[in-house]
Design a protein around this ligand. Structure first.
Ligand code: SPV
Ligand code: MG
Length: 558
């Protein structure tokens, strides 16, 4: 999926990367001379998943569309309800779609209107079957199914062909004679008649569990027009057999729905029985994946373009000037904040977490490889002296670019991956200065990295959530017996206290040593000068990306 085109609420994809019309692309598939494959889809998201998997076309299955509504494949859903679904499918994709149009939902007149409506919705083709309205699924009591009168059905095909405005729109005629037990001669006779009436292809359907009938039809038909098949029952036949037989199109007609149903049943049973998400979480798609399939990224960047001034009531400064030399060749060209974690830059994960928490106004202080730090919709401040200076200088530049406007501010680092939850707990405490402290600090003591340890007015315990815990000291070298946790690198400042923060920063920078200082020096100095820095304890939900091992762990973070 192309993010530029994803999920445009306005309807059609904005940009079609394949310039040919979907109708032309469908016709080209039908006539390609090779065996092509359509995948069933039954709503926008399944259509998009099918497109991402590489299918060149989709089958909007009558059975599956009915089933996702929870009704039977007996025209219980109205044709306009089906049309709505197929429109969502067309909006979600760029590949051609053939609608399973059942019997055309009425007589020739209904068929004409159906074709026009499908063209308006950018649906490339329709397949109609020679049964009577309301139809029954072919796999239910097939031999008791009534077939349409051949002449009446031919009239319907002709009416549809005459109604289409786009020459490449395709009508496929589906022969149900084998299903209804009328025999091969009748099937071929009907196929002939439908072909003569103008059908662009013949779908020959069989309920047998071997492909015998289909292969016999293929040899009797002698390639008079493209043939489409639906190997739901005769699934064991290898597809090369169809290639050899000259089948034009194979439809995997209901497999997305069946896969989804099984997955949903297992999930529902698990939750009903175990009442916990633990065993499930890794087996189901992350919420982020749903957002991606919905095209959330496109909406976010559109909001940046079209919602000027809506910056929310909070803002953030992300310090991302460092190269991250401990990462070796990974950061030889790109700064640490831009290394790829699960397909997108670390900084993008950070920005997504902020935006997810409603913080839209984000300034990034960049330094090393600044031209590579170019995520849209952010404000950038450059610390060109990044090699000679520390985090405090970067913060002071970030503050200089953010005039006081009363809004709260969160400061964090460009190499710390975190869950949105961290921002939410920062907001829980309405104080001038709030930091988040990880209680699981022992893990970092044995590692070769610098950790910002903290000493607090009270060690973490069952009741500390209810207490006003304050920071007492912060640094990389605190004696072990004084350590109560590790600072995660988040500092939230109330809008009315930002001026005071500036004062502390300026005071430290007034001395030459200030230029090398890190943020833990600032916190420590603030506390020493009498500021109250409120501590919120938590465990996990963040990852400091310093080493190659961290990058590997980051791939599993979420
Ligand atoms: C459908 O997918 O709805 C079909 C194919 O019509 S079948 O269910 O095999 O009849
Ligand atoms: Mg059907």
């Amino acid at each position: 999926m192309n993010d530029d085109t994803a999920g445009t609420g306005a309807g059609r994809p904005v940009k079609n990367t394949d310039s040919a019309r979907r109708t032309s692309r469908f016709r080209a598939l039908l006539l390609s001379g090779q065996t092509e494959f359509l995948l069933e889809a039954h709503n926008g998201i399944s259509a998009r998943i099918g497109e991402e998997a590489g299918f060149k076309g989709l089958w909007a299955s009558g059975l599956s569309v009915a089933a996702q509504f929870g009704v039977r494949d007996s025209n219980e859903a109205s044709w306009t309800q089906v049309l709505e679904v197929v429109e969502f499918m067309a909006d979600a994709t760029q590949i051609p779609i053939m609608l399973d149009g059942d019997t055309g939902y009425g007589n020739f007149n209904n068929m004409r209107r159906l074709v026009r409506k499908l063209e308006q919705r950018d649906v490339a083709a329709v397949c109609i079957e020679d049964k009577l309205f309301p139809k029954t699924n072919s796999f239910i009591a097939g031999n008791r199914q009534q077939l349409a009168d051949v002449d009446e059905f031919c009239g319907k095909i002709k009416a549809g062909k005459d109604a289409q405005g786009d020459d490449d729109f395709c009508i496929v005629a589906r022969v149900e004679a084998l299903i209804a037990g009328w025999g091969m001669d009748e099937a071929v006779r009907r196929a002939e008649a439908y072909h003569a009436a103008g059908a662009d292809g013949i779908l020959i359907h069989s309920a047998m569990n071997t492909s015998e009938e289909i292969l016999e039809f293929m040899s009797r038909w002698e390639n008079r027009s493209p043939v489409v098949i639906v190997p739901t029952r005769y699934y064991a036949t290898p597809t090369d057999v169809y290639r050899d037989a000259g089948v034009s199109m194979v439809i995997w007609a209901n497999h997305m729905l069946r896969a989804a149903v099984r997955a949903m049943q297992e999930t529902a049973e698990h939750l009903a029985t175990h009442e916990n998400l633990l065993a499930l979480e890794d087996r189901i798609a992350p919420v982020q994946e749903i957002f991606r399939l919905q095209g959330a990224a496109e909406l976010e960047s559109a909001e940046e373009r079209y919602l000027p001034g809506d910056q929310g009531n909070a803002r953030a400064i992300v310090l991302a000037a460092s190269q991250g030399q401990a990462l070796g060749s990974l950061t030889a060209q790109v700064p640490k904040a831009m290394i790829e974690i699960r397909g997108k830059p670390l900084l993008q994960h950070i920005v997504d977490a902020y935006r997810g928490a409603g913080v839209r106004d984000i300034s990034v202080v960049r330094g090393f490889g600044k031209e590579r730090v170019s995520i849209p919709g952010l404000a950038y401040v450059d610390n060109d002296d990044y090699e000679e200076t520390g985090e405090l200088v970067s913060l002071s530049m970030g503050l200089a670019a953010n005039p006081d406007d009363g809004r709260d501010l969160t400061v964090s680092f460009g190499d710390v991956l975190f869950n949105r939850y961290i921002l939410q707990i920062l907001e829980l405490r309405d104080e001038d200065f709030v930091i988040v402290v990880d209680t699981d600090w022992q893990a970092s003591v044995n590692r070769d990295r610098d950790a910002d340890y903290v000493s607090c007015s009270e060690a973490h315990g069952r009741a500390t959530f209810y207490h006003r815990v304050l920071l007492e000291a912060c640094g990389e070298e605190l004696p072990t017996e004084r350590i109560n946790g590790e600072w995660m690198g988040f500092l939230r400042i109330r809008g009315s206290a930002i001026q005071r923060l500036r004062g502390h920063v300026d005071r430290l920078l007034a001395a030459p040593a200030g230029r090398q200082m890190k943020l833990h020096h600032l916190l420590d100095a603030m506390v020493s000068s009498g500021e109250h820095v409120r501590v919120v304890y938590t465990t996990g939900h963040w990852l400091d990306v310093d080493t190659v091992d961290d990058v590997i762990s980051a791939g599993r973070f979420g």
